[in-house]
Design a protein around this ligand. Structure first.
Ligand code: AMP
Length: 249
């Protein structure tokens, strides 16, 4: 199977983000950026498939600024074979990414596309679903386990109250949940090797896709500050506060 993995460059999950003073978004100046954690899980799953002899080639694709090459290099160091960067400094919304990925799928003809279930910057949780719709391919979202069975994929999803297992015909689009695997750290030799792996740099225009944003951000706000906690002397005091202050008893 040829596997395409979509990897997004986002603010590192450890960074405490600051909202820009004009409320137009999050301040990205001098902020550490990394691969979206769900995309790391997607790359890891593809690499494990390759190690099991199920995948023949892994292509890591990112849509973003020049620096998104670093995100692709991380995927290459983890075990992807080559990369494609669709370079743009514009904000790209899930529909634009899905359209670009659909064009790349038409060119590369992968058997499987793996995406993260959501990007931790916009929390959209849309791109995989939109891509599957554009391609008219089966989709399995929020995968917590993936097993190949003949020419099908058995995909387990955690749903309210239990597990759901889907049998997907390939080619298919899947998105990864947190428990699918634990991504590896790239070893130094693999980081060195990744420097020699090819990355194709394209522009959205090369695919004839209009990436003009369709959404207006009206405001971005910090969550309300939490008030400080208090240390109570006794259980009786706690019960009193729950009853008379919080009103939950
Ligand atoms: P979202 O729908 O924005 O929450 O993103 C879900 C997944 O779509 C991410 O985990 C990535 O796998 C993929 N994706 C979204 N945006 C991009 C992008 N700019 N470049 C590459 N992959 C992306």
């Amino acid at each position: 199977m040829k596997v395409l993995v979509a990897v997004k460059r986002v603010v590192d999950f450890n960074v405490k983000v600051r909202v820009k003073s004009d409320g137009s978004g999050v301040d990205l100046a001098n902020v550490k950026m990394s691969m979206n954690p769900f995309c790391e899980i997607a790359v890891e799953e593809a690499v494990r498939m390759k190690e099991k002899g199920l995948a023949s080639e892994i292509i890591a694709v990112s849509v973003g600024p020049t620096q998104a090459q670093e995100t692709i290099r991380t995927a290459l160091a983890m075990g992807a074979d080559r990369g494609i960067l669709v370079e743009t400094d514009q904000t790209v919304e899930p529909l634009a990414v899905a359209k670009l990925l659909a064009k790349i799928v038409a060119e590369e003809k992968p058997d499987l596309v793996i995406l993260g279930k959501q990007a931790i910057d916009d929390d959209s949780n849309q791109t995989g679903q939109m891509l599957a719709a554009l391609l008219d391919w089966p989709q399995g979202t929020f995968a917590s386990e993936l097993v190949k069975q003949d020419d099908r994929l058995l995909l387990t999803r955690e749903v309210d109250g239990g597990l759901q297992t889907l049998k997907l015909q390939i080619p298919a689009v899947i998105t990864t949940d947190l428990r699918l695997n634990e991504p590896r750290y790239a070893s130094l030799p693999n980081i060195m090797k990744a420097k020699r792996k090819p990355i194709d740099v394209k522009k959205p225009d090369d695919y004839g896709v209009d990436i003009t944003p369709r959404l207006d951000v009206l405001s971005t706000e910090e969550p309300p500050a939490r008030s400080a906690g208090v240390i109570l002397e006794s259980v009786a005091e706690l019960v009193d506060k729950l009853k008379n202050e919080a009103g939950v008893l």
